[in-house]
Write a protein that binds this ligand. Structure first.
Ligand SMILES: *Cc1c(COP(=O)(O)O)cnc(C)c1O
Length: 424
């Protein structure tokens, strides 16, 4: 099936007389006739549900749709994008390990790697996504467990050379994890270019209406953990916290990584998505291809207008001819990139504040990638914990405005931007 069809029909096939829309199974627990039957579920000996922290049918239907969209073998919904990234990381890296990450990533994810996981004993080496293959290879150590990057970085809007990162990761016997939030599976399927695991903040385009937080982890099933049984011992040797199950044996390469993330980390950390939120997310997924195309169309119109404006010092949008990432974007996302544009404003921080206050259609929000156009000055909000040096390293200079194009009429958006820029 093509993506438009998967978005509508994927993940759930109703039988005769079943509800046409996915049912919301809003129940914490599930009833069984015998203790023996339930014990089989606890031992992962049988398929079924027993407690919604460890699995819920509504969430699984939506996860399955996202797995189909990405071309993956298994997926897990999480309560937020941050939870998806943390679980994806912590599933294969712990105390004493090292990881490699692109430096231009979402501020919260940067903090997980630079601070929170550091406190848990995991060291991260950040690399410029545009680094040479030699520089990238030099970042690896004996104890490196994975490489991470974002297809289109939020908010730097750098485009990841997925093949370059996958090649280096695989040469060092580790998987590449890609956060595909901004591109969505409609515009890019990182598995086709060698990524092994994909994460999403479904809060963004997938929900698309600013209605519900969520995340998702998808496994390609392509990374062979059993080639490195010592490095990925948790996947290849008995999990004593789970009745001695060996994930790679029990679930195969297609299921081991997600089964472990669910059986071990979701069980212990409990960052689940609620069934109602999964239902809302699914409504968003149904129209994803239609919306993503419109977001991209509007963003290109906005980027072209900004490029001509005398109060704008630079415009960054990978689909704009002449952009540094134009060729990479054409290779990985031939049908378009995303709806988010960034630009520099003449006059820096003060001008940025004045400009934002003058906007009438776009609103000031700590959000991106939904139906309503919104705008943010990261240096004074989402990224304010960073030093000037870290801001530059993260690709977020102090004069950067992040503008997330919604689904409104493009002429209205351009007129709004032009009057606000004129006011400074
Ligand atoms: C928003 C975002 C996140 C975090 O997701 P939440 O749903 O807000 O927790 C992670 N990665 C990227 C690329 C994002 O845009």
């Amino acid at each position: 099936m093509k993506k438009e069809t998967i978005c509508i029909q994927g993940g759930y096939v109703p039988s005769n007389g079943d509800p046409r829309q996915i049912p919301i199974i809003q129940s914490t627990t599930f009833k069984y006739d015998s203790a023996e039957e339930m014990a089989k579920l606890f031992d992962l000996e049988a398929d079924g549900y027993f407690y919604s922290r460890c699995g819920n049918p509504t969430c699984d239907m939506v996860a399955k749709k996202i797995a189909e969209l990405e071309g993956g073998t298994a997926a897990l919904l999480t309560g937020s994008g941050m939870a998806a990234n943390f679980l994806a990381f912590f599933n294969i890296a712990g105390a004493g390990d090292h990881v490699v990450s692109s430096s231009t990533i979402y501020g919260g994810t940067y903090n997980i790697l630079s601070t929170t996981m550091k406190r848990m004993g995991v060291e991260c080496t950040f690399v410029d996504p545009d680094c040479s293959e030699e520089e990238l290879n030099a970042a690896f150590k004996e104890n490196t467990k994975f490489v991470f990057g974002e297809t289109i970085a939020n908010p730097a809007l750098t485009v990841l050379d997925i093949e370059k990162f996958a090649k280096a990761a695989h040469a060092h016997g580790v998987p590449l994890i890609v956060d595909n939030t901004f591109a969505t599976p409609i515009n890019c399927n990182p598995f086709k270019f060698g990524a092994d695991i994909i994460t999403h903040s479904t809060t963004k385009y997938m929900d698309g209406h600013g209605a519900t937080l969520g995340g998702c982890i998808v496994d390609s099933g392509n990374f062979d953990w059993t080639k490195y049984p010592d490095k990925y011992a948790d996947l290849c040797t008995p999990d004593e916290s789970y009745h001695g199950v060996v994930y790679t044996e029990k679930f195969g390469l297609g299921g081991a990584y997600i089964a472990k993330a669910n059986a071990q980390l979701m069980r212990d950390l409990g960052t689940v998505q609620s069934p109602v939120n999964a239902y809302i997310l699914n409504l968003g997924l149904e129209s994803l291809p239609v919306r993503v195309a419109r977001h991209c169309e509007n963003a290109l119109a906005v980027a072209k207008a900004l490029e001509k404006n005398p109060n704008v010092t630079w415009v960054n949008y990978a689909s704009l001819p002449g952009n540094k990432y134009y060729d990479l974007a054409k290779k990985y996302m031939p049908n378009g990139t995303c709806g988010v544009v960034s630009f520099g404003i003449k006059g820096g921080k003060l001008a940025a504040e004045k400009f934002m206050a003058a906007l009438k259609v776009a609103s000031i929000e700590t959000h991106v990638a939904d139906a309503r156009t919104c705008c943010l000055h990261p240096a004074s909000t989402t990224h304010r914990q960073m030093t000037d040096e870290q801001l530059i390293e993260a690709g977020v200079p102090g004069d950067l405005i992040r503008y997330s194009t919604g689904l409104e009429n493009a002429e209205d958006l351009v007129a709004d931007l032009e009057q606000a820029l004129a006011s400074i």
